[in-house]
Design a protein around this ligand. Structure first.
Ligand SMILES: CCCCCCCCCCCCC[C@H](O)CC(=O)SCCNC(=O)CCNC(=O)[C@H](O)C(C)(C)COP(=O)(O)OP(=O)(O)OC[C@H]1O[C@@H](n2cnc3c(N)ncnc32)[C@H](O)[C@@H]1OP(=O)(O)O
Length: 260
């Protein structure tokens, strides 16, 4: 698929999923569709061990394209309901470590994109929020579900009810972002984090992500069963034999894996 508003840039095993729709990376239907395709590509490519989502030096994403949505009727939005959460579901479904590098603003659908990655690193001057309520709507790309699971229902309600923007410092304090660094360093920080997984046990990383994410959606006993199945399944992989043989023969931390 030829993409115009986003691209996947792969360097040394790290895929940067770059949003590029100036001036604010407003998420219109085309950009959402491109994010779905690029997320699937990142998931399928053997030369991508981990993914960084990045909107550029100035802004991560200011949300869904309000100008596009303003003209939509109830019937039209219902017809696009599959696309509604499609782009964040696709990002969340990448079976590899993912991190968002947030600059400027991550608002509405933009924060929902960042909530779909495993971690979030923010520039010191970044501001994030779910201001949909100010438009007479609510988050529609997973924000009510992922934000409340991440920071707790009370904090999620505060942010979604008020629509207020949160500074990077407060976001880190409440667990909405994982690291805060100078703006000029946020992409490098995210790429460095992602690079640690290059040459790692890709199937074990995929299994870890699946167990944690799916476990959050079920009761404890079912989650333990998911873990059991993922754990035992890894004993059918070359990575497991590589990793354990290396430990026995060379000691800890010396294994080099196929990485796919
Ligand atoms: C026909 C098929 C349609 C199919 C659709 C598919 C279904 C839709 C699925 C969507 C699901 C997502 C659901 C999501 O939860 C909903 C949202 O995200 S709603 C939007 C939430 N975001 C916001 O409310 C933020 C709005 N923006 C601002 O508050 C400010 O712009 C800012 C980000 C704080 C920056 O302020 P400033 O620095 O002052 O800059 P400007 O305001 O002047 O902005 C510059 C320029 O960008 C335009 N712009 C900014 N944000 C958006 C936006 N979200 N959508 C569209 N355009 C935006 C702004 O209008 C300016 O444009 P200009 O005036 O220069 O032309």
């Amino acid at each position: 698929m030829v993409t115009e508003l986003a691209r996947l840039e792969v360097t040394d095993g790290v895929g940067i999923l770059r949003l590029d729709r100036p001036p604010m990376n407003a998420l219109d239907a085309q950009l959402q569709t491109e994010l779905v395709a690029l997320s699937r590509e990142a998931d399928e490519r053997d030369d991508v061990a981990a993914v960084v989502v990045f909107g550029g030096e100035k802004v991560f994403a200011a949300g869904a394209d309000v100008k596009e949505m303003a003209a939509m009727s109830y019937q039209e939005m219902v017809r696009h309901a599959t696309l509604l959460q499609g782009f964040t579901r696709a990002i969340a479904a990448i079976g590899k470590p993912t991190v968002s590098a947030i600059t400027g603003f991550a608002l509405g659908g933009g924060l929902e994109v960042a909530l779909s990655t495993d971690l979030r690193f923010a520039a010191e001057n970044a501001k994030v929020g779910q201001p949909e309520i100010l438009l007479g709507i609510i988050p529609g790309a997973g924000g009510t579900q992922r934000l409340s699971r991440l920071v707790g229902p009370s904090r999620a309600k505060d942010l979604i009810y008020s629509g207020r923007f949160v500074t990077a410092a407060e976001a880190e304090r409440i667990g909405l972002v994982d690291r805060v660094v100078p703006a000029e360093e946020v992409l490098r920080e995210a790429v460095d984090w992602a690079s640690q997984f290059v040459g790692g046990p890709a199937l074990a990383l995929r299994a870890a992500k699946s167990s944690i994410d799916r476990g959050l959606e079920v009761d404890l006993q079912t989650g333990l069963e998911i873990e059991r199945l993922e754990f035992t399944g890894l004993f059918a992989t070359d990575d497991q034999s590589t990793g354990m043989t290396s430990f026995v023969e060379n000691g800890p931390g010396k294994a080099t894996f196929e990485g796919r």
